[in-house]
Design a protein around this ligand. Structure first.
Ligand code: AMP
Length: 426
């Protein structure tokens, strides 16, 4: 038997109502806040992520699914990569389609996406090699911190609508590239003295990108991390002022937060504001639901004009895991068919096909099976279908046009015409 690849999984029908709910609430949030959908390809030139996300990040350094496309007669095979995240692709699309061209000063482009991402991470609960993200990007000439607060307000609505209540908003500023560069040197100095206590990965990070040490989950490294100088201590004045305004906007909206000066996020493109929303129920160790931040230099890195950007991504897999059990049960129950058609005898069977067609044409969700069964067996099948009602069709019903509609939860039965039944489901 061939099975799924390690770190990937099938999403089965019983879970899909939960996925659909998260997607539906997200789309509604985006509609209310003026975001429009974009879909970019699942694979891109490797260079996009190498430049966009950063060569020295864990994602690019060791987690990408990269392959050489078959060579054509006129060219070498080119290096392609399954997207590990979508911000670089969305910024590429924004530049490629010159979405900035017809904009007046300060006008923003608000985009959202939904789709699978691929990272060769060590699989565990809440961490997969193919996972799904929903995210937004706000791009344009303005870097007003009010944008950031508005996006977080939208997330707060989304979480509330999904009944995910026990969450914490963590915020930080990672500064401008220049102040960050000098901080990285300070950090490297501090790490040098502690190298013997760090894991092999952190040794590599020390060499290539010391900031990434903060992402390390190894307990002995965590102990070292707790005493390192923070980026917040060496912020440039402009970033500090931006961060203060951002916090004031959150305060004005009544959005609670915790400043975490050690949160630097796993991607190189972040400047100034970075944030995470952490969940506490049903998630285990992988409890970061949402991650995002500002990426003002990314457009230039990809060869575009100066552009400000801010966005987030959340893991759909994790958001589904964080749904409270009562909500999950409600969503699964709502996914059942409205009515199961039970027929008795051959003439009734033919008639049932017409009834099914008429009900479906009127928008009713109908389940039926084609086997002629005795009443008792048919009712068992009806219960198994989880339908709310069973509609019983025998010879008498065919001739009278009145059908027995049985509520399968209460056992109550009433005799109704097809028109009445349709009206009842409307
Ligand atoms: P990132 O793109 O790394 O900032 O991650 C943003 C969000 O995507 C995280 O907070 C998670 O909810 C989700 N996520 C990232 N990596 C994975 C993964 N391997 N499996 C499942 N969800 C993930």
């Amino acid at each position: 038997m061939i099975q799924t690849v390690r770190g990937t999984r099938d999403l089965l029908p019983e879970d899909m109502p939960l996925w659909h709910r998260v997607e539906e609430v997200a789309r509604e949030a985006f509609r209310r806040y003026g975001f429009r959908e974009i879909r970019t390809p699942i694979f891109e030139k490797t260079e996009l992520f190498a430049r966009g996300v950063g060569e020295s990040t864990d994602i690019v350094h060791k987690e990408m699914y990269t392959f050489v496309d078959r060579a054509r007669a006129d060219s070498e095979g080119e290096s392609l990569t399954l997207r590990p995240e979508n911000t670089a692709s969305v910024v590429r699309a924004y530049l490629q389609h010159k979405m900035f061209a017809d904009k007046s000063p300060g006008e923003l482009t608000r985009l959202y996406y939904i789709g699978p991402m691929f990272r060769r991470e060590r699989p565990q609960a809440g961490r997969y090699r193919q996972f799904y993200q929903i995210g937004v990007e706000v791009m344009g000439s303005s870097d007003d911190p009010a944008i950031e607060a508005e996006v977080i307000e939208m997330l707060s609505w989304l979480l509330q609508e999904l009944k995910i209540t026990n969450t914490t908003l963590l915020i930080n500023s990672v500064g401008e590239p220049a102040s960050r560069a000098s901080y990285v040197e300070t950090l490297r100095e501090a790490l040098k003295a502690q190298l013997d206590k760090l894991c092999a990965d952190c040794h590599h990070r020390y060499e290539t990108n010391p900031l990434r040490v903060f992402d390390c989950k190894v307990a002995s490294c965590q102990a070292v991390i707790a005493d390192l100088p923070t980026i917040t201590d060496s912020l440039d004045d402009a970033s500090r002022a931006h961060f203060e305004q951002f916090k004031a906007h959150l305060d004005a909206r009544g959005l609670a937060y915790t400043v975490n000066p050690r949160m630097v996020r796993g991607l190189d493109y972040y400047t100034r504001t970075a944030f995470e929303i952490v969940g506490h129920d049903g998630l285990g160790a992988q409890n970061t639901l949402i991650g995002g931040g500002r990426y003002d230099g990314l457009s230039e890195t990809l060869g575009g004009p100066p552009t400000k950007g801010f966005g987030f991504a959340f893991g759909l897999d994790r958001m589904v895991m964080a749904l409270p059990e009562a909500e999950a049960q409600r969503l699964r129950a709502n996914d059942a068919p409205d009515v199961f058609l039970v027929f008795l005898g051959d003439a009734a069977r033919q008639h049932t096909f017409q009834v099914a067609r008429d009900l479906r044409a009127a928008g009713v969700s109908v389940a039926l099976e084609f086997e002629d069964r005795k009443m008792k067996k048919a009712m068992t099948a009806a219960a198994k279908s989880r339908a709310r009602y069973a509609l019983i069709i025998g010879d008498n019903e065919v001739s009278s046009g009145q059908y027995g509609l049985k509520n399968l939860a209460t056992g109550e039965q009433e005799s109704l015409s097809l028109g009445d039944i349709i009206a009842k489901f409307k």
